[in-house]
Ligand binder design. Structure first.
Ligand SMILES: Cc1cc2nc3c(=O)[nH]c(=O)nc-3n(C[C@H](O)[C@H](O)[C@H](O)COP(=O)(O)OP(=O)(O)OC[C@H]3O[C@@H](n4cnc5c(N)ncnc54)[C@H](O)[C@@H]3O)c2cc1C
Length: 510
């Protein structure tokens, strides 16, 4: 069943990248339709609710949101900033890095706070701490759009060598102090930090944004998706849920004519943008339509690891609300443990108390994240379970989750004695959950793994060889809400004048 309307753009997927692209294009006069396979829009911005608590599945805090900063201005341009319910994390500690030596180290907001607090704890390492921060800033300067500049001189494409710096190696060159290395890079789960592959530029773009304004989303991240949809509709755009795109039809000019959904409906457009993972995009749009070299390269790229998320609802007024994130390391070797499944698992816990509008003295829930690979749930790989295609996984899977949850509770007890007594209920999700709900291969946290040993090979262009198919989202520049939003602008700059857009974004100074 082919729909009559010919859109300028059909966008497949309603993650932050798909929705931001939709708003930019609609705001610039194009007709846009977004197709989302799930019942809930937003991709990794989806939330779920249990015991009257709202749990985020994929966004716990966002950087770059202080007035005048990059994401602040982009969200202003997208028309959503003023309606967002945000809570600033503690200015003197947005992330707390707890090391196995029992000592905790704060990361403060603003470079002055960040450096001065660490220098207090590592007075003999002042030079290393200052040099690290200078390097973060220096690298960010090579990314013009990140700084909302036109930038034609000093950029990462004129100076590609900056993409080949390894983060762990760089920090190791600054200091012999192994605790300081792990403290500087202690928020590694934000980008799945790995000693052998994570580029310094990824760390710089992400850490710099959090240092420049870290915020939680009150009552969950889905508000971003809802506000973007409101904006899209304001400009005449459409969005349809429960529309899984499973194929495409092509015209004689080798251009895509329609996308085909699993319910057999087809949607026509002049151009198509995929917010799906690039390798899934190739499967859906037809392997034979892509050049073999491109197809093989993309489909062989490694993805970042996945995670186990454990969600606790808590008894009333039993546990304090903590206005910072905790990265709790049980090993000094914090960037060398992603695939470790020994009895030391997990090496690192990310712990946060989500912000609720109901109460800011006590937490009504706690989320804990740690690395897990799809291999660990391989036994259930053939199963698929989402709200719109429900299927119960077997008792063994439920038992597997219970054992993992118990391991996490035991770990939490060592750091927060009495935690077990605060728990009302425990829920968890595995790599299978992320794979099924968001559609990332292996349930990967952040999509394609960037590798400083092969920076060009792990970078994805927003253009494809199919003349009217483009890519957007976290795989274009870098991941995260900031990264995927920048990726959306990059995709849209194929169609709208980037000078005009950047000029307009820059009008939102304060
Ligand atoms: C556990 C976890 C924690 C995270 N924490 C943070 C954080 O604290 N801060 C932060 O900034 N970032 C965080 N991130 C990263 C961030 O959430 C992602 O980088 C970002 O949301 C990805 O956006 P995206 O636009 O690339 O697409 P995605 O969110 O991956 O969305 C893709 C969309 O495409 C849809 N889709 C897929 N296939 C089809 C199809 N065939 N037909 C139709 N629709 C389809 C999916 O359903 C989905 O809605 C986290 C991610 C995870 C997983």
């Amino acid at each position: 069943m082919i729909q009559d309307k010919l859109y300028d753009f059909v966008i497949v997927g309603s993650g932050i990248g798909g929705l931001s692209s939709a708003v930019v294009l609609a705001k610039n006069g194009f007709s846009v339709l977004v197709l989302e396979k799930n019942n809930q829009i937003g991709g990794a911005l989806q939330v779920f609710s249990r015991d009257k608590c709202i749990f985020d599945t994929g966004v716990h805090y966002i950087g770059g949101l202080d007035p005048g900063e990059n994401l602040y201005r982009m969200f202003k341009y997208l028309g959503i900033y003023d309606s967002l319910k945000l809570k600033s994390l503690d200015r003197d500690c947005f992330d707390l890095i707890r090391m196995p030596n029992g000592v905790s180290y704060p990361h403060g907001q603003g470079y002055d706070s960040f450096t001065s607090q660490l220098i207090q704890q590592f007075p003999e390492e002042e030079n290393a701490i200052l040099a690290f921060c200078e390097k973060l800033k220096e690298i960010c300067d090579f990314f013009p759009l990140y700084n909302l500049e036109i930038g034609e001189e000093q950029t990462y494409y004129t100076n590609p060598e900056i993409l080949s710096l390894g983060a762990w190696d760089y920090v190791s060159s600054l200091t012999e102090n192994t605790v300081l290395r792990s403290v500087l890079l202690g928020s590694g789960p934000l980008y799945a930090g790995d000693q052998h592959s994570t580029p310094l530029y990824v760390v710089a773009l992400i850490m710099n944004s959090y240092i420049k304004g870290s915020y939680r989303l009150v009552d969950g991240g889905s508000q971003i998706a809802k506000l973007l949809v409101q904006e899209l509709r304001k400009y005449g755009g459409d969005i349809l849920k429960r529309k899984e795109v499973v194929g495409a039809t092509y015209g004689e000019d080798k251009k895509i004519s329609t996308v085909v959904c699993s319910d057999t409906t087809q949607y026509r457009a002049k151009n198509f943008i995929s917010n799906m993972h690039p390798s899934i995009t190739i499967d859906v749009f037809g392997k034979d339509k892509f050049r073999p070299a491109y197809r093989d390269r993309v489909q062989k790229l490694e993805n970042t690891v996945s995670s186990l998320m454990v969600y606790f609802s808590l008894k009333e007024k039993s546990f304090p609300y903590i206005n910072y994130n905790i990265y709790d390391h049980y090993s000094n070797d914090c960037w060398n443990s992603i695939n470790d499944r020994s009895e030391n698992w997990p090496h690192t816990l990310y712990v946060c108390t989500p912000t609720s509008s109901k109460n800011d003295e006590f937490a009504d829930s706690v989320c804990v994240m740690c690395y897990m690979t799809l291999d660990e749930v391989k036994e259930w790989e053939e199963t698929f379970n989402t709200t719109i295609s429900p299927s119960k996984r077997d008792e063994a899977y439920i038992q597997f989750k219970k054992e993992k949850e118990e391991q996490i509770v035991k770990r939490m007890e060592t750091r927060f004695p009495g935690f077990r007594a605060c728990i009302k209920n425990v829920y968890s999700s595995t790599p299978l959950t992320y794979r099924d709900y968001v559609g990332t291969p292996e349930g990967s946290l952040y999509g394609i793994k960037k590798d400083f040993n092969n920076p060009v090979g792990t970078t994805i262009n927003s253009k494809t060889r199919i003349p009217n198919l483009y890519l957007t989202g976290q795989n274009i520049i870098f991941h995260g809400i900031l990264g995927a939003t920048i990726g959306a602008f990059v995709t849209c700059f194929n169609f709208v004048n980037h000078l005009d857009v950047i000029k307009e974004i820059n009008e939102y100074e304060k």
